[in-house]
Write a protein that binds this ligand. Structure first.
Ligand code: SAM
Length: 373
């Protein structure tokens, strides 16, 4: 089977690496998604283990669809009854790029009608009740080729289950994990996030340090699929738990707002990593560390309006000054959408990487500690 993992733009190569590490074959990355070949057992494995992917889609068919008739026939040929039971709810969503069938609502209606016609015929009912579990159908029409998927994840994989509340400007867990991986933190050195907000980055760092699979504490849509034996989910969870480390870690999050510190502690408890992360109320402008090595990964406030932008720049200046006191062995990754970040921070980045925080275009700026004072 072909499995497709959509992801935030900029994370494709990290997702591809994750898939290869999990032993998946024929991994192909393209803009915003990564494909691979796998078997039924890989559906639970990917859902439970992936840190940077948005969801896991099972590809059901791919065929030329230059007109509605071709789209209808291609969808009606899919053996939907193998997946969707008589009472299953099957909403449809999708998108169209560079295709003659460009009206997404019209394509949605055709896909729905084709699946419903087939299921109605096989289950012997004119109207399907759709009162049961949800089976989300997705389609992508690209250059007149339709690809039809069933979503195996349900809630997006960024929903790990530990962040019941946030501080209003949270980072997607998948992006936080990506930043930690880009910093090359593996649990050995001290790790700090001086603008921790609801604690997402330190919590993802702790999960990575412990090699704890991020999806062990939540449920997935395909867990209800009768076509997928329940044993596969248990095997995947066991395999993931066997790989966990139990060590000593030095992971720290700071925020000037004591309410954020409380929230971060609460979220760390929900994530089961409270034993290896510390949170403190602290001003990032006063951030100091003596250890020769470490990783600092953070996303300071961006400032969206003009006045806030100026405040953000003053904050970057103070933080830049603090960062220059760090020993050279420190690696820094700072995520910001502020166009003047480097100027305010006081140093050009050694490397930059374009990323998207949801729809917001950002840069990850890479530095080492030290620098000209
Ligand atoms: C964009 S949010 C961080 C969001 C975080 N990554 C998360 O996922 O929840 C920026 C945070 O910086 C904090 N902050 C603002 N000024 C600060 C300062 N001088 N020192 C430390 N934290 C500060 C804010 O309270 C806010 O929680």
């Amino acid at each position: 089977m072909t499995l497709t993992i959509p992801c935030l733009f900029g994370l494709e190569s990290l997702v591809a690496d994750e898939l290869k590490r999990l032993g998946l074959q024929n991994v192909r990355a393209e803009n915003g998604r990564v494909h691979c070949d796998g078997g039924p057992a890989d559906i639970p494995r990917l859902n439970i283990n992936l840190r940077c992917g948005a969801r896991v889609l099972l590809e059901l068919a791919s065929f030329p669809a230059p007109d509605f008739e071709a789209l209808f026939q291609g969808v009606a040929a899919i053996p939907w009854e193998d997946y969707i039971p008589r009472d299953g709810e099957f909403p449809v969503k999708g998108y169209s790029i560079s295709s003659q069938l460009h009206s997404v609502p019209a394509c949605q209606a055709i896909v729905k009608k084709a699946a419903a016609t087939r299921l109605g015929r096989i289950y012997g009912c004119e109207t399907l009740p759709e009162t049961g579990d949800r089976y989300q159908i997705q389609f992508a029409l690209i250059k007149d080729t339709a690809t039809v998927y069933l979503d195996t994840s349900g809630d997006g994989l960024y929903k790990r289950g530990y962040r019941a509340h946030n501080n209003g400007a949270p980072l997607r867990e998948t992006l936080a994990a990506a930043l930690v991986l880009l910093s090359r933190f593996r649990g050995k050195d001290p790790f700090c996030d001086p603008f921790c907000g609801s604690g997402t980055i330190p919590i993802e760092a702790a999960l990575i340090a412990k090699n704890r699979a991020p999806g062990l504490d939540r449920r997935f849509a395909a867990q209800k699929w009768q076509s997928l034996p329940a044993r596969l989910w248990l095997d995947a969870a066991e395999e993931a738990m066997d790989k966990e480390f139990h060590g000593q870690y030095d992971i720290w999050g700071g925020d000037i707002d004591p309410a954020c510190v409380e929230l971060s502690r609460h979220n760390a408890e929900l994530a089961g990593v409270e034993d290896c992360v510390r949170f403190e109320a602290a001003d990032a402008g006063q951030f100091r560390r003596d250890s020769a090595y470490g990783q600092l990964v953070t996303n300071p406030p961006y400032g969206e309006r003009l006045l806030e932008k100026r405040e953000a720049e003053a904050l970057y200046r103070a933080f830049g000054k603090a960062a220059r006191t760090l020993p050279e062995g420190w690696r820094l990754v700072v995520l910001s959408s502020h166009t003047e970040f480097e100027r305010a921070f006081g140093r050009s980045a050694e490397k930059k990487r374009k990323l998207y925080n949801g729809m917001l275009k950002c840069d990850a700026f890479f530095y080492h500690g030290g620098g000209n004072n």
